[in-house]
Design a protein around this ligand. Structure first.
Ligand code: DDH
Length: 290
């Protein structure tokens, strides 16, 4: 007779693909949110989970999912991300073996791929940690600041100029909400499809200050429906950043390649894979439209 399986359930690629499929289906089903998709806010959750990483102290990052707890969940930068966490709660109930921290990053990968971005190689191995691992406030970027701030924040994570610009291309997706960040509006005309339009618009459009009572932001002079944050505009004003903006504006393939590499690095910051899953190979999930 076949031996009964011993020890804890060891999920494999196929099991994680099932989680991917469940997130992708829920994205399709729940299309009455924002511009028609939870994709952008799911990506923002994965980014804010990862972007707390500090290379010097090896603290923060996507390992731990500490944004579940009040101090970190209540940080100003994380306003609105409860919508993404709540979206994923039923998925966690359906697949109780996956950690929140692996799930949030898997959902970010799913969001990028389902919004027609490049395949993002993924590996599991994050463990959930308790409230004592919450990071201090102020580790995520402040949109009102300048080039020094961007380099300080992303430099702390271990990124160079090229990677900072590539990652910023995520702003092709989603929008700002007055009840979350205080800013208002989308960056592109197709906020649920990943393209290099963010870079094209940065170099091709004329941008002026928006006249309103809210925080200082830019609007396009032609349609006045699109927006740029002060930190977005820095990318065309600063020479070191601008060279990469121009490269990505010219060639979507180059953007996709360098965005993918930078996102894989971002999503793995501070995760001790060798000690947890021991998984070294990364997997590419099949998208729903393949
Ligand atoms: Fe961002 N972002 N982001 N961002 N971001 C906002 C929305 C979204 C900054 C500020 C804001 C990245 C970098 C930066 C996404 C992805 C990424 C909002 C609006 C602000 C403000 C929030 C709201 O009101 O709901 C700043 C500053 C930076 C920087 O200095 C570089 C990066 C690196 C990413 C990434 O994913 C790799 C996405 C997606 C959104 C849209 C969210 C939504 O709900 O829609």
């Amino acid at each position: 007779p076949a031996k009964a399986q011993k020890g804890p359930f060891q999920p494999k690629f196929e099991d994680y693909q099932k989680v991917y499929d469940a997130v992708a289906k829920k994205l399709q089903d729940e299309d009455d949110y924002d511009d028609g998709s939870y994709g952008p806010v799911l990506l923002r959750l994965a980014w804010h989970a990862s972007g707390t990483y500090d290379a010097q102290t090896n603290t923060g990052g996507s390992n731990g999912a500490t944004m579940r707890f009040a101090p970190e969940g209540d940080h100003g930068a994380n306003a609105g991300l409860k919508a993404a966490r709540d979206f994923l709660t039923p998925i966690k109930t359906q697949f109780p073996w996956i950690t929140y921290s692996d799930l949030w990053i898997l959902a970010g990968v799913c969001a990028i791929q389902e919004m027609q971005g490049p395949p993002i190689p993924y590996r599991p191995g994050r463990t959930d940690r308790d409230v004592s691992f919450c990071t201090p406030d102020g580790r995520l970027p402040d949109a009102s600041k300048d080039h020094n701030h961007i380099r300080a924040i992303f430099g702390r994570m271990g990124f160079d100029d090229r990677e900072m610009v590539a990652l910023s291309g995520a702003h092709a997706l989603g929008r700002c909400h007055t009840d979350r960040s205080g800013y208002d509006g989308p960056w592109t005309f197709s906020p649920t499809v990943l393209t290099n339009d963010y870079f094209k618009l940065l170099v091709e459009e004329r941008w002026g200050w928006k006249k309103w009572n809210g925080p200082k932001q830019f609007e396009d002079s032609k349609t006045r429906t699109l927006m740029m944050l002060p930190t977005d505009m820095v990318l065309v004003k600063d020479k070191g950043f601008r060279a990469h903006v121009e490269r990505y504006a010219k060639d979507n393939e180059v953007f996709f390649r360098e965005f993918k590499e930078a996102v894989v690095k971002l999503f793995e910051l501070g995760v001790p894979f060798e000690k947890t899953s021991g998984v070294e190979e990364r997997w590419v999930f099949k998208s729903s439209f393949e």
